[in-house]
Design a protein around this ligand. Sequence first.
Ligand code: GLN
Length: 515
Amino acid sequence: MSPFQHGEVFVTDDGAETDLDLGHYERFTHAHLSQANNWTTGRIYLSVLEKERRGDYLGKTIQVIPHITNEIMEAIRSVTANGEAEVVIAEIGGTVGDIESLPFLEAIRQLGNEEGRENALFVHVTLVPYIAAAGELKTKPTQHSVRELREIGIAPDILLCRSDRPLSHDLRSKIALFCNVKESAVISAQDVDTIYDVPLTFHDQGLDDLIVTSLHLNEVAVQTDLAEWRKLVSTVRAPSAGETAIAIVGKYVELEDSYKSLREALTHGGIANNLRVNVRWIESEDLMDEESDARLRDFDAILVPGGFGKRGVEGMIRAISYARRTRTPYFGICLGMQTACVEFARSACDLKDADSTEFNLETPHPIIFKLRDLVGVEQFGGTMRLGACPCVLSEGSLAREIYGGAEEISERHRHRYEFNPAYREALKKGGLIFSGVSPDQKFIEIIELSRDEHPWFLACQFHPEFKSKPLAPHPLFASFVHAAFQNRLKTETSVEQIPDADAPAIERAATASES
Ligand code: GLN
């Protein structure tokens, strides 16, 4: 899944590689999502073809209706199999009118009929664009997409109107009239400064009540209490403790969507500390000149996220070297752990030209190599180490402290290469601490530097960003943001003390760390 086309690949506990929307659903709800919550046209067809080969259809001709549509309905209903869900939200991606989404729309039309009007609700997200030249919001696209839906038998009950400014009362009435919905069901989904404000703006317009009443859930629905959520939004908007600046050094940084969960997890880390996290995305390839240290000087902390392929890796290694030398907090995630191991091997263990075989097959020191479980597997799709795996934390480590003293944790993975255990002793001798390993000792999951050496240098093979939520910030992000802010305070104090405030940050940081 190329980040250029898909944005982030979100990974669930059971190892499904999904669209980034699923990440939003997990962050905003208490639901534990899995493979069963993400269906593509391909998976639906695959399943139908397998059934056909098995003879389930007794040789009948396979058609979009009913075979594909039945399969889609079955997929939607399957998430209620454990009996836990009272309401199923089925999002049909794409735009009304796309050829690809037609079978899905037909399936929910049938599903609506089968479940009955009082048990199904069609919510349609539409666009109300602002035309600058005319100076007005236009309702035509909304009218057209609703008509398009009605032609295929779906009459939307609620319209969520995306716009960049408020909808006037007149406009709402007009949309209600032309689209045959109640005026109270025309909801403004105006752009907001933080995504966490969305539930509040919907609540203020009565959307939650409308849904509860339409689905006859008044008896079972608990009273909404958004106090905690309101507090969260005000912290995001005006954090009381200040701000901190973090550099993310990676690839695809021009596409913020490809690191969606990471960006959110850093915001959550900020919420935990009452801080605003100012993130600057740095393309690692831009760190290949002599100016690289200078470019990193203004940041309180550095993070190297996950990634694939050789491009930009040497720039990441430079950033890690800078963080290690200057005692700038460093957080490495997946590729960010692998590159931290390579950097450490090269500079602290005298293993010249150490590398990952992902980038250099001929390296004399393959610190990182292909997963042993994948040797001989040439297929790329779906062959990575995916999903939740346990990790044991060593006593006295920074990792263990961050996870509140937990002995064992579980985090989500998505990688094809791993740390080569043949180098464990050498790197340990050099001072690297292996503070998280799989229970069977097979996989290195977390590395760190001693706190005597460095205030916060930790990297993990897994992706903690997938499990962070605004009301439950991930401890690693909360701790990292805290360390970043501490570094900022230290640097600010030392700048006040040093007469020459223009002295390079490396010197400043070194002075600060001695004090
Ligand atoms: N490319 C590395 C691997 O496959 C790291 C993957 C990642 O960062 N998600 O192991």
